[in-house]
Design a protein around this ligand. Structure first.
Ligand code: GYE
Length: 326
């Protein structure tokens, strides 16, 4: 079934009919000013250091602020994440922090919270902007600029290779905003600036280390002339390093590996000469996410998109940065 924005809005308007406490059509539900809130955090999965660091950051900040946290882990299933948000709504949370696993399947969760009068802040990933709008269906998006991350890695790769080589790309979770945007940012930049850098193949490794290793193994067999691996996150890059070594080649020598996130293992791989560079994508959302909620509760206007600044790690700074990586 095709979900259209109009159908969803019509459904939520029908549900809201006659209930005066619900927000006017098209507006983000309000948040009453309180000292502490009961909040939900709907996590996507917990299978990598990035997710674990993000969860820890949210839990720490909830504790610091004295907020009651309803935490759920969708274990890699968008359908479970929708059910998790519905359960938070049933538990009467004041506010929901949602890290939507994929852009389209989480739309019903965003709309259900809106219909129930609960404001939602999207953290780290976004939803399809043609189906739900920041500042209207949900409060705002806070996270990195994924297109820019892809562009920065592409620019570094062009410089490092002199604009020549053969690339295989390991994509993140299909249908997720970081996978869509990191692909666009990187591919468009390479196409525009380095016609002699060819993209041989591009396939999803679901942002996971072992899946990344398996996909890299298959792609390296099909394309033994590969000179660059671009992975949408460090976990897949580290999986790819194992695949390159298993193929009897030298990561950082025969094949340049570049990626995104800035996790400790990747910064260490740069120090060890096995990886070229990684663009940071900070998972430490707690302080900013809660600050936004409290500001909203005090009646402040929240901009629809709030971008986290990202650092960039390569051999020039990896040693100094290692201690600050997650
Ligand atoms: O890069 C990846 C994680 O959504 C920005 O998700 C996040 C990404 C991050 O699984 O490691």
């Amino acid at each position: 079934m095709l979900i259209t924005r109009r159908k969803l809005l019509a459904a939520s308007a029908a549900g809201a009919a006659g209930l005066a406490i619900l927000p006017a059509f098209g507006e983000v539900p309000p948040l009453k000013k309180k000292d502490t809130y009961k909040v939900g955090f709907a996590q996507t999965e917990s299978n990598n250091p990035w997710r674990l660091a993000q969860t820890a950051s949210m839990q720490d900040e909830a504790k610091k602020r004295g907020c009651q946290l309803v935490y759920t882990d969708a274990a890699g299933s968008a359908a479970k994440q929708v059910a998790d948000v519905n359960s938070m709504i049933a538990q009467g949370v004041d506010f929901i922090f949602l890290a939507p696993r994929e852009e389209k399947p989480l739309i019903p969760a965003v709309m259900a919270a809106k219909k129930a009068g609960i404001p939602v802040l999207l953290i780290d990933r976004s939803v399809d902007p043609s189906l739900a709008k920041a500042g209207e269906d949900y409060l705002a998006f806070v996270g990195s600029n994924f297109i820019e991350e892809g562009q920065r890695v592409a620019d570094w790769t062009i410089k490092k290779t002199g604009g020549k080589g053969k690339i295989i790309e390991l994509e993140g979770t299909i249908g997720s905003s970081p996978a869509n945007d990191r692909k666009k940012g990187f591919d468009d930049t390479i196409k525009a600036k380095a016609p002699d850098l060819a993209l041989l193949a591009s396939q999803s490794g679901d942002f996971a280390r072992d899946k990344g290793r398996q996909v890299a193994e298959t792609l390296l067999q099909a394309h033994p002339d590969t000179t660059v691996v671009y992975a949408h996150n460090d976990e897949m890059a580290i999986g790819a390093i194992a695949a390159i070594e298993a193929a009897g080649k030298k990561p950082g020598g025969d094949i340049l590996v570049v990626s995104i996130d800035g996790e400790k293992d990747a910064v260490q791989a740069i120090i060890d000469g096995k990886m070229g560079a990684t663009c940071e994508c900070s998972p430490r959302f707690g302080p900013k996410a809660f600050e936004i909620m409290y500001k909203y509760g005090s009646g402040e206007k929240i901009p629809p998109v709030i971008i986290n600044p990202d650092r960039f790690f390569d051999a020039s700074n990896a040693k100094d940065m290692l201690a600050t990586a997650f």
